[in-house]
Design a protein around this ligand. Structure first.
Ligand code: CA
Length: 232
């Protein structure tokens, strides 16, 4: 298998160097950028398999880069955050980052995250999309193979993660899952995630899916436990 290419956009050279060293040891190809402008240029043109994106960068910041990349690409993006405020911002904004990791982080954790995000992406890309496999729930149609969701015949713009969460819950109608379960099963790693990620994704999904996101009819909250999908 061809080596996967990781693009590191990080202005602190010492951090970039140690990440680079460890990723090369793991067999990845590594490309680096040390400021926002060249980072954005490489993100758009050098076809990385995954991007590690620092938030505070000279020039264009990580938030802006993430938004720009998302306009044209679904490449996995892991944000490197330094402060709790940045985490809140990553979670709260409609950035489209796939994951984030807070500095200081261990290299084993970072490598595990990179592998989990690339694996998921590969799996999605290799899925057979020639046939459709549609589940219908009232006015909602979810095409499991084509990753499409239609409501009253109109396609909804879901991110990959939003789709996967919806798909997971819809395939298991009425079954209640804790946030920890969803993090493990949908996000695909067991120990590193933050359960707030689940709440944020549910909130965004409801905004797109529900007529009234404060009175959901599909994605339901089981108080004190977690979430489940219900046929309206
Ligand atoms: Ca920085």
């Amino acid at each position: 298998m061809e080596a996967k290419k990781v693009l590191i956009i990080e202005d602190e050279k010492s951090i970039s160097d140690i990440i680079q060293f460890n990723l090369k040891k793991e067999g990845f190809d590594v490309d680096t950028a040390y400021d926002g402008e060249s980072g954005l240029e490489k993100a758009l043109n050098s076809k990385p398999d995954i991007i590690l994106l620092d938030v505070m960068l000279p020039g264009i910041d990580g938030f802006e880069i993430c938004k720009k990349v998302r306009e044209t690409s679904i490449v996995p993006i892991i944000m490197l955050t330094a402060k709790e405020e940045e985490v809140d911002k990553v979670l709260g904004l409609e950035l489209g980052a796939d994951d984030y990791i807070t500095k200081p982080f261990g290299m084993r954790e970072l490598v595990a995250r990179i592998k989990a995000n690339i694996r998921r992406f590969d799996f999605d890309e290799n899925k057979d999309d020639s046939s459709s496999n549609v589940m219908e729930f009232g006015n909602l149609a979810i095409d499991m193979n084509r990753y499409e969701v239609r409501k009253d015949g109109v396609a909804l713009e879901l991110t990959l993660r939003e789709f996967e969460l919806l798909q997971y819950l819809a395939e298991r109608e009425n079954r209640v899952f804790s946030r920890e379960d969803l993090l493990t099963d949908v996000w695909g790693y067991e120990y590193y995630g933050d359960i707030r990620t689940v709440d944020v994704t549910v909130r965004r999904l409801r905004e797109k899916l529900e007529d009234d996101s404060s009175a959901p009819k599909y994605i339901m909250t089981k108080r004190g436990i977690g979430y489940y999908f219900r046929r309206p």
